[in-house]
Design a protein around this ligand. Sequence first.
Ligand SMILES: [Mg+2]
Ligand SMILES: [Zn+2]
Length: 220
Amino acid sequence: MSKRKIIFCDFDGTITVNDNIVAIMKHFQPEGWDKLVQQVISKELSVREGVGRMFALLPTSRKKEIVDYAIGNVTIRDGFRELLEYSRMEGIEFFVTSGGIDFFIYPVLSAFPIPEDHIYCNASDFEGTHIKILWPHACDSECDNDCGMCKTAIIRSYPKEMHERILIGDSITDFAGAKLVDTVFARSHLIELCEDLGLNYYKFDNFFDVISRLEEMKVR
Ligand SMILES: [Mg+2]
Ligand SMILES: [Zn+2]
């Protein structure tokens, strides 16, 4: 029996050219955000704690500005629509697995033919005085990484015995998942991780690179 190919694709810095959380923080400059970023990078704080605390610095009174800025600031990486079309034609399941937040992910992806149940991300609550991030896909008992949006839990729910699992990503939120899959498409910091751990990976600059490589993998 041949395994079905399944893609888990990151959003920030992967589908989009920029990291949208960092862009929001740089634009609105809430006091203390840069220290929190450093603490996440140095692993003093988990991604969940760091992201939660960063958004808690932003007042909900500025909701419209923040949402408009986040959506308006996005640039989609070349070849994304074509990769979706390629995946559909080839029968490859395509999931967006993102550590980003619903208020910018869903509006941006609404321009593309991706069913909502194929998009995993964090959620947000603007009811209080400051933005509260909700974690509908937090780590399960098999992950102690405190991911926030746990990519490994989603990847593990598609067992390797039945699926050829492919991860596309760029950075810290992809590290744990990259260790589980058959093939990684990497850019930026994820390249260094794959090199260090000797994972099976390919570099990409845009999604046309990914399509070419997937075509080559077919004849392998
Ligand atoms: Mg990313
Ligand atoms: Zn996790």
